[in-house]
Structure formats: C-alpha cells, structure tokens
Design a protein around this ligand. Structure first.
Ligand SMILES: C[S@@+](CC[C@H](N)C(=O)[O-])C[C@H]1O[C@@H](n2cnc3c(N)ncnc32)[C@H](O)[C@@H]1O
Length: 248
C-alpha cells in the first residue's frame, strides 16, 4: 500500500495477468473521453509530439506502419495523412470501439502480435510501453514483425531533466492531471497515470532492451524540454545505408 498526497491509500502497482486485466478495463472505461482529456492535460501539445513520432520513422509514402497500442488512433491518422498505410493493434476493445480514424484494427496483446514476421516497414507506439505487462516480450515482437531496415518510433512520457520545468511538470502531472482527469473522465485512471511511470525503464535500460531484441542506431530525443521522449531505432539485418523503402 502507498499513501497518496491527499491522504488516501492505494494498492501496490499490479503485475502479471492482474496488470493486463486492470489496464484493459481502465482503458475500456476512459475510452469515450480519452482524446478530450489528452488535449486538455497536454494543453494541445500531444499532437505535435505524435507528428514528430511519425516523421521520426523517415519512411516513404506507401510504407506499411503498425500503430502498436493504437488506442483511439491519433498516430494512425497522422501517419495516413503522411501517405503511410496503417494497421492498428490494441488490447482494449473499448479503445478500438472509440477508434474511428479508419484503417484495419486488431485486438491483441503487444507481446503476441497476430502479424507475419518481417512484414511491416515501420512501427509506432504512443504512450503504450509503461502499460505493457511484458515490455521485453513486446519489443521482441516489434522486432519480429519489422522487416530488416524497418523503423521503430516510440513516444513516451518523460520528466524534464532539471530546474523549474521539472518542478512545474511534477506539480502538473501528479496533481493537476489527476484532478482534470477526475472532473472530465475517471478519477482512479488519472491517478494511476503518474504512478504508471514507475513501470518505465530508464533511458539506459530502454536503449539496452532495444539493442538486445535486434534494433540498432537507437536515438532518443526529449520533446518540449522533456515533457515527452521519442526513441527511434532501426531493425537490424541490413548494412547501414541499405534501408530499402526508407526515405531518409
Ligand atoms: C495511453 S494509451 C495510448 C493510445 C495511443 N497510442 C495514443 O497515442 O494516444 C495506451 C494504450 O495502450 C493499450 N495497451 C495497454 N496494454 C497493452 C498491451 N499489452 N497490448 C496492446 N495494447 C495495450 C491501451 O489499451 C491503450 O489504448
């Protein structure tokens, strides 16, 4: 148990099947107002971060991109606007039901993708990593479905490295977001959001994980001074400079 700043106690973060079950039912519950809360709690910055994620792929129009943990489909929509073809995958039926952005969708766990090996040109994942029960298994699946030379772009929460922005972010993320989430959507879900960052490996561990499962050229960029982070990498298997359909 942990005591919250408001004095209420909360249980330890779930793991294993219990985490999968709780994460799925939480996203089922918040799906109808998910986009609205996102825009409000990021003051509209989130779509710019998703645009950076799609362009971080550096893929040519017509390339096939898997939007892993696609949710309501914001990344897929931006990818299609950039001329890419998309397939969306998510654990939550509620999020998929709220996804009206078009394109094929599949319900599955990120650690078991119903996708042929080496059949995908690019993979994006927006704010999904810390929700996965098996992060290493999910990244291994990402590597399996990407063709050699295929591109990966992972968008996640972060914290500004230091200074006033860090303090302001902490106040916003740990207090204002749960309050706004409670008013607009589901109080417990948006209390869980800041806590769920505890599942996220640090930069070094995340880089090593990607290298271990078969990616190379791992790069990381902080967005808006560290409010979010973008990791990009290339599926190993082709010599540098032989990236097939890549536009970069
Ligand atoms: C914070 S939302 C992000 C949605 C969307 N990518 C975006 O950028 O707004 C996280 C998503 O991850 C999905 N998710 C959580 N665990 C998952 C898993 N094990 N496999 C696939 N999707 C998962 C949730 O259902 C939810 O839609």
């Amino acid at each position: 148990m942990r005591t919250r700043p408001d004095g209420r106690t909360e249980p330890a973060l779930p793991t294993g099947e219990e985490k999968t079950r709780r994460v799925r039912s939480m996203f089922d519950a918040i799906a109808p107002r998910y986009d609205l809360v996102n825009r409000v709690m990021t003051l509209g910055l989130d779509q710019g971060w998703r645009r950076a994620t799609v362009s971080g792929l550096g893929l040519a129009p017509g390339s096939l991109v898997l939007d892993l943990a696609c949710g309501t489909g914001d990344l897929s929509a931006l990818a299609r606007r950039a001329g890419l073809r998309t397939l969306g995958a998510d654990l939550s039926w509620g999020m998929l039901a709220a996804n009206h952005r078009g394109g094929p969708l599949v319900q599955c766990d990120a650690a078991q993708l119903p996708v042929t090996s080496a059949s995908i040109d690019g993979l994006v994942c927006g704010y999904g990593l810390r929700n996965f029960t098996d992060l290493a298994g999910s990244m291994a699946e990402a590597a399996r479905v990407l063709r050699p030379g295929g591109r990966l772009a992972l968008l996640e929460v972060a914290a500004p490295p230091s200074g006033a922005l860090r303090a302001g972010h902490r106040l916003w993320f740990e207090h204002v977001v749960p309050f706004l989430g409670g008013v607009l959507s589901d109080r417990d879900a948006y209390h869980y959001l800041p806590r769920s960052t505890a599942y996220l490996p640090d930069e070094v561990a995340l880089r090593q994980l990607l290298l271990d499962v078969g990616f190379s050229g791992v790069g990381r960029r902080l967005l808006a001074g560290g409010l979010s982070q973008l990791l990009v990498a290339t599926r190993s298997g082709l010599p540098d400079g032989a990236l097939g359909r890549s536009a970069t």
